[in-house]
Design a protein around this ligand. Structure first.
Ligand code: MN
Length: 200
């Protein structure tokens, strides 16, 4: 999987986002959800797979309520280093605005349980089919989720919480702090002296 689209969109002399030279290290697969206050507020859902982060932009953010089907637009692969990127992408650059790490943790294919290699094999197959069944072990997102491609060769997917002991109707997005720094988007914005407010 290639990072050329990721690199093409960005000027690394200006943005503090990683150029993506780091390699995956852990024996577990990780996921991360970044809250990103760009031209439109959204949440970036990223899954480690084959050394990169497969990425989807979720305009309404993930939900722990199985009744919600959240649109997730597949975007370019991001480098593994992106998993702990937090900060402000400067004005005039791609995705300009604040980013916090809203959630992170380990994930597995729901039918997995083998080692990382075996799990990645299952996930690659599922990704190709456009039908991912995942178990997330995050600090906020927990339990089974489905990520389903709506139409073949289309970038639109749906992120849906499965009914399990972690499913709740309560809005998980009210937990709005970074799991790394404890900061909110608003705190980052204030620190940067930005007045504009696109966030809820
Ligand atoms: Mn984004």
């Amino acid at each position: 999987m290639s990072l050329s689209n990721y690199r093409k969109k960005r000027n690394f002399k200006e943005t503090t986002e990683p150029a993506g030279k780091g390699k995956t290290a852990g024996s577990n697969l990780i996921f991360v959800v970044q809250k990103h206050d760009a031209s439109h507020l959204h949440y970036d859902f990223r899954l480690e797979l084959a050394g990169v982060l497969k990425s989807w932009a979720v305009p309404k953010g993930p939900s722990m309520n199985p009744a919600d089907k959240r649109l997730a637009m597949m975007v370019e692969d991001h480098p593994f280093d992106y998993r702990d990127f937090e900060g402000t992408i400067p004005k005039g650059n791609y995705g300009a605005g604040e980013v916090i790490v809203w959630d992170s943790g380990v994930y597995l294919p729901a039918n997995g349980g083998g080692d990382k290699k075996e799990n990645e094999k299952l996930l690659r197959k599922a990704l190709k089919k456009g039908d991912l069944k995942l178990v997330l072990l995050g600090k906020k997102l927990k339990g089974e989720f489905a990520l389903v491609n709506m139409k073949k060769d289309d970038r639109s997917w749906l992120l849906i919480k499965k009914q399990d002991e972690y499913a709740v109707e309560k809005d998980i997005l009210t937990k709005n702090k970074s799991v790394i720094s404890g900061k909110t988007i608003e705190m980052l914005r204030k620190a940067n002296g930005r007045k504009k407010s696109n966030t809820k």
